[in-house]
Design a binder for this molecule. Structure first.
Ligand SMILES: Nc1ncnc2c1ncn2[C@@H]1O[C@H](COP(=O)(O)OP(=O)(O)O)[C@@H](O)[C@H]1O
Ligand SMILES: [Mg+2]
Length: 488
């Protein structure tokens, strides 16, 4: 288990290079072994054939001399033995040595029972390799019968040293080892180089990830390949970019919200301070000041409420439930909530189905739609509040709705002052107001549209704005879903 842990801790580089080395060395050793084995077998077969041929020539040429068994037999054996560079041993029909070209007397008269001798006397030539016990040298025994009779009346055996074969094989082995070692070293070098090349982007990425874990969100890695690692780096950069942007927005929100909260708070502070400092006795003055303090406190409370609502909506974990909502009652409810505000300002407010072509209403039936009632109401209140707020007396505010294929489409339009073109892309940002000071005075928190947008997004819908300065503004909402027709 310890060993396994040790292996796990190795870097990719040594792992790759080590694996590479093992494979290369294994393959090279295998090849060397196969080639040397084949060569040895080939050499030996060649020697066997040669030796058997020579033995046959001697047996044939010397058939008479051999069978005569006199002094000439020895010379004959010695001559031929020198010619074929072998020891020539002649045996009689019982396997007993009669002549040895080396003239070693101890051998003469001995009976040999080697498989080669037995086979030759039985009529078939045969050869085999032996290792001499005294020197460890390898020798080849090749024995053939003399004459045509079976069993043979004698045999010729050639004993040939094989040291030249093994010297040659050793030479080849040394050469192959040299080439293998060289090749292995080159392979390891190449393996290390490649491993370094492959792991450099990983190291860069690891460094960037670690730096990012410590809060340095500006981390990016260089992308110099289009392979998997390149794509990984690309994804990392994308993710880092998103995180950085999120972080910037969060910081900005924190700065903005403290600023927004500070304004009413300092007003309260100033009011309270001047009451404490003054020698004023008049209860009406106190009442007046406290009225202002109350207004500022209300504003703070609205602000905190909106911030809290936005935070909840942006929290993906915060659950939002949807159920089929009958549209007309919800819209009636919204209209009831804002009727007073519209009347007070002298603005005509209307909520009705969109006029289809030919004057027929597009939503003839009472429809219900999968919505979160609270959020949906909140969206409409925020949009209508703006429409009423930024439209002057005598203006008109209209909410029209219809079903377009699988979308519920609502348009909230007014005949108000409109929004300058250059501000339109920012209109849904938190605390964004076209006229910061004025809007704050009128009591808006600057979060209304941000909340509306989040609420619509939570429904999987979209919200877009179209506006012309001095003409009016239209917000378009699209909620996906399938309509349920309640009555027809
Ligand atoms: N119907 C509208 N007509 C003109 N301007 C609008 C309208 N709706 C929103 N705006 C502009 O967008 C800004 C942001 O709106 P909102 O997020 O609701 O904040 P608030 O209403 O509290 O100022 C407003 O301050 C105003 O400048
Ligand atoms: Mg508003």
């Amino acid at each position: 288990m310890k060993w396994f842990h040790f292996k796990i801790r190795l870097g990719i580089r040594p792992k790759l290079a080590g694996t590479y080395l093992l494979i290369i060395v294994g393959v090279l050793l295998g090849i060397n072994w196969l080639v040397l084995g084949a060569l040895e077998a080939d050499y030996l077969r060649d020697r066997e054939v040669k030796s058997l041929t020579n033995a046959n020539i001697i047996a044939l040429a010397g058939q008479d001399v051999i069978l005569r068994q006199d002094r000439n037999t020895y010379y004959f054996a010695r001559n031929y033995g020198e010619q074929v560079r072998s020891r020539v041993i002649i045996l009689d029909g019982s396997g007993k040595v009669t002549v040895d070209s080396f003239g070693e007397s101890w051998l003469e008269g001995q009976s040999l029972s080697h498989a080669e001798v037995v086979s030759a006397l039985a009529g078939t030539g045969r050869a085999g390799v032996y290792t001499l016990q005294s020197s460890g040298e390898k020798v080849l025994y090749a024995a053939v019968p003399v004459g045509d009779q079976k069993p043979a009346s004698g045999a010729v055996m050639l004993v040939t040293g094989l040291s030249d074969v093994y010297i040659a094989l050793g030479e080849i082995r040394r050469l192959m080892m040299l080439v293998s070692t060289g090749g292995g070293l080159i392979a390891v070098a190449v393996g290390l180089f490649l491993a370094a090349r492959f792991t450099r982007p990983i190291q860069n990425l690891t460094g960037a990830v670690q730096a990012m874990a410590q809060g340095q969100l500006g981390q990016r890695v260089k992308i110099d390949s289009s392979d998997e690692l390149g794509r990984l780096a690309e994804s990392f950069n994308e993710m880092a970019g998103k995180l950085e942007k999120e972080d910037r927005i969060r910081r900005q929100f924190l700065t903005d919200s403290s600023h927004e909260l500070k304004t009413p708070l300092s007003s309260i502070k100033v009011l309270a301070q001047s009451l404490l400092d003054g020698k004023e006795q008049d209860i009406e003055v106190y009442r007046d000041f406290l009225q202002d303090v109350n207004t500022e406190a209300d504003r703070m409370s609205r602000l905190v409420n909106d911030m809290f609502q936005l935070a909840k909506l942006e929290d993906a974990e915060y659950p939002v439930q949807f159920s089929a909502q009958e549209l007309e009652p919800v819209l009636d409810h919204v209209q009831g909530l804002l009727r007073g505000q519209a009347d007070l300002k002298g603005i005509i407010m209307e909520i009705r189905p969109a006029q289809g072509a030919g004057g027929r209403t597009a939503v003839a039936d009472v429809i219900s739609w999968p919505l979160n009632r609270d959020l949906f109401t909140r969206v409409l209140i925020n949009l209508l509040d703006n429409a009423l707020r930024y439209t002057s007396t005598g203006g008109k505010v209209l909410v029209s709705y219809q079903v377009e294929r699988d979308e519920l489409v609502l348009r909230v339009s007014d005949t108000g002052r409109g929004i300058p073109q250059e501000y339109l892309p920012h209109i849904f940002e938190r605390f964004f107001r076209v006229d910061q000071a004025r809007a704050r005075e009128t009591g808006g928190t600057g979060l209304g549209l941000a909340i509306a947008r989040q609420a619509v997004l939570r429904h999987g819908g979209t919200i877009t704005v179209d506006s012309r300065q001095g003409v009016g503004t239209t917000f378009e909402l699209r909620f996906p879903g399938t309509p349920v027709r309640v009555h027809s």
